[in-house]
Design a protein around this ligand. Structure first.
Ligand SMILES: Nc1ncnc2c1ncn2[C@@H]1O[C@H](COP(=O)(O)OP(=O)(O)OP(=O)(O)O)[C@@H](O)[C@H]1O
Ligand SMILES: [Mg+2]
Length: 373
């Protein structure tokens, strides 16, 4: 029996825990042509959720585009990824391709290149029709074409830009301004998805930025405890093992309802357990989890400065509201020099955040690992 737990993006249709109110609300925003910033720490299930949302919108007749800006390297690259997103849907939806000529006439800046992929499917890349255009011109044109396409669509259009914060890595680029200029004219719903909270909030909430107050901010939470525990127990059952409710609850507690860790811990527990899962298996599974995650954690710590590490370690054992106070610094033997800057940098790196007036480490398992040092 294969292990029923997965560390991957969950494809629409595969077992998925909860997120019913999120799907309902996000679907309403999409139908109302609202733009949304969907954000959460890493590995909370944003991509899985958006893929699901887009599938249900497609069933309702929507045209959906998904573009991922992970490690985007240039303005040209942004334009290509949007064009690729468009062609991927056109390719998947035969009926659209049949009406092809009309659609392909709209998209004139890039031509699609179809190649057989390693997994037996088809992979799509795009290349510019006129090789001499600048990245800025390519992006301008592809957005204009998308607008033209949206205008001709009788049903709605939903566009998802995943890992959107990565556009800020393109220093002094015209991307934000160009996107905003076109998107505000489009009768469509755009979702901007990402995990770097500070960077995303700045894009959408700083007065001087093009996207200022142009979207609904939608934070995604961890999964609800009860539903997560039932989901995990059901998955064990699908894998022909029995997981008592109390043990499933223990898994959920142990990972603070964090979707990725819930899958990873359960995956390990499934591997070490006999037919019925025990609390001891959860402990064993958690040790395995730390043994595999520590490489990532060590990598994070290695990239930090002394004051940043000192502050992180303090927060791991003592989250607090006044972490720059003399008292907090004395308690954790932090030196004044560099602490303010360390806090700013740790926040920008997406490692700490202030919630309900308390500064804490965002990843609870990383925090537990740090606390053992
Ligand atoms: N609703 C859910 N039910 C069960 N598991 C989930 C759910 N949502 C996400 N997961 C699990 O969480 C992990 C992260 O999912 P996903 O990649 O969709 O998150 P993400 O927020 O897009 O991550 P990243 O920040 O890395 O882009 C995966 O292991 C996935 O299986
Ligand atoms: Mg993702």
């Amino acid at each position: 029996m294969p292990n029923p737990f997965t560390l991957r993006v969950i494809p629409p249709g595969a077992p998925f825990c909860n997120r019913t109110s999120e799907l309902r609300e996000l679907s309403a925003h999409a139908q109302n042509k609202q733009n949304v910033v969907l954000f959460s720490p890493r590995r909370y299930g944003k991509t899985s959720l958006v893929k699901r949302l887009q599938t249900s919108l497609e069933r309702a007749g929507f045209f959906t585009v998904y573009a991922d800006f992970f490690m985007v390297t240039s303005v040209n690259d942004v334009a290509e990824r949007i064009a690729k997103g468009v062609y991927s849907v056109l390719h998947q939806r035969e009926s659209l391709l049949e009406k092809g000529a009309r659609y392909l006439k709209t998209f004139r800046t890039f031509r699609p290149v179809f190649k057989p992929s390693a997994n037996g499917g088809i992979s799509i890349t795009v290349e510019p029709v006129s090789p001499n255009l600048s990245g800025k011109d390519l992006l301008d044109k592809v957005l204009e074409e998308l607008g033209e396409f949206i205008r001709r669509q009788s049903a709605g259009t939903h566009v998802a830009f995943d890992e959107f914060q990565e556009i800020t890595e393109l220093k002094k680029s015209p991307v934000e301004g160009l996107l905003r200029k076109h998107i505000q004219e489009h009768q469509a719903s755009y979702f901007f998805i990402g995990s770097r909270r500070r960077i995303l909030l700045d894009i959408f909430n700083q007065r001087t930025r093009p996207f200022y107050q142009s979207a609904i901010m939608y934070p995604l939470s961890p999964l609800p405890h009860k539903q997560l525990a039932s989901f995990l127990a059901l998955q064990f059952k699908r894998g022909a093992k029995k997981c008592p409710t109390s043990v499933a609850q223990k898994i959920s507690h142990k990972v603070f309802q964090y979707p990725y860790y819930a899958q990873l811990l359960s995956y390990n527990v499934y591997e070490v357990s006999a037919e019925t899962v025990t609390e001891g298996d959860v402990e064993d599974g958690f040790h395995k989890l730390l043994a595999s995650e520590r490489y990532g954690y060590e990598g994070i710590v290695q990239g930090l400065t002394g004051p940043q590490i000192a502050l992180l370690r303090a927060l791991a054992v003592d989250p607090g509201s006044k972490i720059l106070s003399t008292e907090y610094m004395a308690r954790h033997k932090l030196s004044v020099g560099g602490i303010q800057y360390a806090r700013k940098m740790l926040e920008e790196l997406g490692l700490i955040e202030k919630q309900d007036d308390v500064w804490r480490i965002i990843d609870p398992v990383f925090s537990a690992w740090l606390a053992t040092y």
